[in-house]
Design a protein around this ligand. Structure first.
Ligand SMILES: [Zn+2]
Ligand SMILES: [Zn+2]
Length: 281
């Protein structure tokens, strides 16, 4: 039996693994397929694809977009997207710019509180176009201003803490359309962490293809609940570890193993969408 992990992050967003390290970890855990889903970027995909090819692992290009539906923040995974798609690239370029400004604002707030973190230190450490809060946390620890990542989040970076800056969010419908026009499938990430099931019908209306029923932070009961929702709305079922390497505690790769037949269903649906799009043009 072959298994997949369809939710992984690297250094190209807020994970710590390089694409090559991620793939060698996937190999250690015996995965047959994986998807790279860095936040607001597809930059790591070519290297991950090459590493997968040499490791004999099937690679699925992906990304994870931050969106909003009825006032709730949610994450939308895009799978099997064309990573050269011009509109996708130009839109995520804008999100990256917004992320960089958000880092500047968080550091400015820290500086106002007499926490002497340099914005350049965060950008150097992040060394990617889609920096986020975990990078600020790591820079605080590296500069000796916090003793742990947890402390950095608890004191400064969590929602309602003094250096928290809200993220820019596009509407879920816009995110779904952006993914579709790039030939991909849109999947709602970790619904069990959001606990906003009321948004699901609206997202289905907007063209949502699937839902991440299996996730490291979903209990068996939670997974069961979302499997029922998937069935009710005829959504595809996905799953992944959401591994960030070492940046959010221990590496989680290997904790979620999605049976490969679920990946086959994704691929079939993507082909159907493409065929329908070709007909309508
Ligand atoms: Zn997420
Ligand atoms: Zn994620």
């Amino acid at each position: 039996m072959m298994f997949a992990d369809l939710h992984l992050h690297t250094q190209f967003s807020d994970g710590t693994y390089s694409p090559e390290e991620m793939v060698s970890q996937a190999r250690l855990h015996g995965l047959g397929a994986l998807a790279l889903t860095d936040h607001d970027t597809v930059e790591g995909c070519p290297r991950a694809a090459a590493a997968c090819e040499s490791a004999g692992i099937e690679f699925i290009p992906g990304t994870e977009l931050t969106a909003e539906q009825d006032g709730n923040e949610l994450h939308i995974l895009g799978y099997l997207i064309d990573i050269q798609n011009p509109r996708l690239l130009s839109e995520i370029g804008k999100f990256q710019h917004v992320r960089q400004n958000r880092i500047r604002e968080m550091v400015a707030r820290l500086n106002e509180m007499k926490v002497p973190l340099r914005v350049a230190a965060v950008f150097e450490l992040a060394n990617c176009r889609a920096p986020g809060r975990p990078h600020v946390a790591r820079a605080l620890v590296q500069a000796g201003l916090c003793s742990s990542l947890d402390e950095a989040f608890e004191r400064f970076l969590k929602k309602n803490r003094p250096a928290f800056v809200p993220k820019f969010k596009m509407s879920a419908a816009v995110a779904i359309e952006l993914i579709h026009q790039a030939g991909g499938l849109a999947v709602m990430a970790h619904p069990g962490l959001n606990r906003t099931d009321q948004v699901i019908p609206g997202m289905v209306e907007a063209g949502l293809d699937g839902i991440e029923c299996f996730h490291t932070k979903h209990s068996a009961t939670t997974s069961e609940h979302y499997l029922e929702i998937a069935e009710r709305f005829r959504l595809l079922v996905t799953g992944g570890s959401d591994c960030h390497g070492l940046s959010k505690g221990r590496p989680l790769i290997g904790t979620v193993k999605l049976p490969y037949e679920r990946v086959e269903k994704l691929k079939t649906r993507a082909e159907e969408r493409k065929a329908a799009a070709a007909l309508s043009h």
